[in-house]
Design a protein around this ligand. Structure first.
Ligand code: G6P
Length: 500
């Protein structure tokens, strides 16, 4: 990783619910199987960062009861944390994905409040804090990730005051009207207040957190600075996450990727227009709303297969959680209905793929797609939007993007839509399909400039740089007012370093 000198004194210890690798059993059922990259935007963004800094990753291997010694995989030092089947049910499927996930995504699903789940969340957060404690050298920088581990910063701070502790929330942080429903709202805020720096995707998320901190914990806030009752100061600010733009651009330029893109279009029957959706199969992603709008355009004859086809990749996710099973059924019924009404033999109107593809195939799909529909109901950032842009070195392709994805703050040249507005969605899809190539290229160029400048390395440097400054200020304060050379407390605590 291209880290700033001030932030790379020691390799970073990342603590995340999931390890960046999942163990995939061997096809013949024997042997150890192999390690593959885990799903989701968090891993996609952080894996290159940790690997190139020679850091450590503390996390859960993704299956219950898996006990493993620390090991090296895909160039990373990996420290596995064990979860029992009951903990997977109560902490991961329960509190993280049955309570926090829907609550933090504007209640697009119904959050369930279960005391047993909360107890498991606390217990498992403690275990992650123990594992991080053991993995950190004196004075190390530890970077805790996402909503599954919000109590870890305070747990670590309590036993390891020497550590520099950062936390990044990959998903939205809800407004007070929604957040205040959480029966454990104070405990969660106080968990996060243990960090030196709490990072969010958007300025609005940081503002929501600052409000929650004032309301639940009686802290004082000044801009992005939070002052705790014991005098310790921390910061909450936005650091929009991004993709490894150079690597994706290189991948998409490879002759074999371009060949594969042409092959994909041929396999789809050489349509005039390929429309693409790529999501984890999650109710926050707006897949049903998208299918509804697309289906209505076919019903009205405004789009006509086989000249226009929709490819919807829906990667399997949280399959044991009931809401996800229900969603899968509804999506599959809807796709079946559209295809029943509009497909010809051997020429489906919607190609629905319930699977995960390797990066190479995804890059080819992005290149093959004239229009990408990224229309979540609520999303922290949505890296699919940025991946699509990073792959379109040919400056072709049109992005339709939900106003409710964090990426909409940056990718202003996308066709922005409200995914709840069926008419608006239909208009946006029609506009995207018929956008003049020169106009499409102008928009894509502007978005590519943004994604290439503010890439994942910029994100990590901005966050770790800001973390180093806040931690230095705190350490200086503890040493009794002494300041590091050239250090300005106002700058360290008051001004976003790279965040917006
Ligand atoms: C989102 C979350 C991540 C999570 C990923 C995949 O990107 O922000 O924390 O890892 O989804 O979800 P899963 O539940 O499979 O880890």
């Amino acid at each position: 990783m291209r880290l700033d000198p001030r932030s790379d004194e020691s390799p970073v210890v990342v603590v995340a619910n999931r390890l960046p690798v999942d163990r995939v059993p061997a096809e013949d059922g024997g042997g150890e199987g192999e390690w593959r990259q885990s799903p989701g935007g968090l891993v996609a963004a952080l894996e290159p960062v940790v690997r190139s800094s020679g850091g450590t990753w503390v996390g859960w291997p993704g299956a219950p009861g898996v006990e493993l010694e620390p090991f090296e995989a895909r160039g990373l030092h990996v420290v596995p944390v064990v979860l029992s089947a009951e903990e997977v049910a109560d902490y991961y499927e329960g509190f993280a994905n049955g309570t926090l996930w829907p609550l933090y995504h504007d209640v697009t699903g119904e959050p369930v409040f279960e005391r047993r789940w909360w107890d498991a969340y606390r217990r498992v957060n403690r275990r992650f804090a123990d594992a991080a404690d053991a993995a950190c050298a004196r004075g190390a920088t530890v970077w805790v990730q996402d909503y599954q581990l919000q109590l870890v910063p305070a747990m670590l701070r309590q036993r390891r005051p020497d550590l520099r502790i950062g936390f990044f929330d990959h998903i939205p942080f809800p407004g007070w009207e929604i957040y205040s429903r959480l029966p454990w709202r104070r405990e969660v805020v106080e968990g996060l207040l243990g960090a030196d720096l709490v990072g969010f995707q958007r300025g609005a998320d940081a503002a929501n957190f600052l409000r929650a901190a004032r309301s639940t914990s009686g802290v004082v806030t000044r801009g992005s600075v939070i002052e705790c009752a014991d005098g310790r100061q921390l910061r909450a600010a936005s650091f929009p996450i991004s993709v490894d733009a150079v690597t994706l651009d290189e991948l998409a330029r490879r002759p074999e990727t371009r060949r594969r893109a042409a092959e994909l279009r041929a396999e789809l029957g050489d349509p005039e227009t390929v429309v693409l959706g790529v999501d984890r199969l999650d109710y926050t992603k707006g897949i049903l709303q998208r299918l509804r709008a697309y289906g209505e355009l076919l019903d009205a004859g405004q789009l006509a297969p086989p000249a226009t086809v929709l490819v919807q990749v829906a990667s399997p996710s949280r399959e044991r959680v009931e809401e996800y099973q229900r969603l899968r059924n509804e999506v599959e019924v809807t796709v079946g209905r559209i295809n029943g009404d509009h497909s010809a033999l051997g020429r489906p109107a919607v190609h629905y793929l319930h699977k995960t593809f390797p990066k190479e195939e995804m890059a080819a799909l992005y290149l093959a797609a004239d229009v990408a529909l990224v229309t979540p109901l609520r999303d922290g950032m949505n890296l699919v939007a940025k991946e699509y842009v990073a792959c379109r070195h040919d400056e072709r392709g049109v992005l339709v993007l939900s106003e409710f994805a964090g990426a909409a703050d940056e990718l202003r040249q996308a066709i922005l839509v409200n995914p709840w507005d069926v008419d608006g969605m239909e208009e946006a899809i029609l506009r995207a399909v018929s956008l003049r190539p020169a106009e499409a290229a102008r928009r894509m160029r502007a978005m590519r400039r943004r994604v290439s400048e503010f890439d994942v390395h910029h994100w990590a440097n901005a966050f770790l740089g800001a973390l180093a400054m806040v931690a230095e200020a705190r350490e200086a304060q503890r040493r009794g007012g002494e300041r590091p050379p050239g250090f300005s407390p106002g700058r360290a605590l008051g001004r976003p370093a790279g965040g917006r």
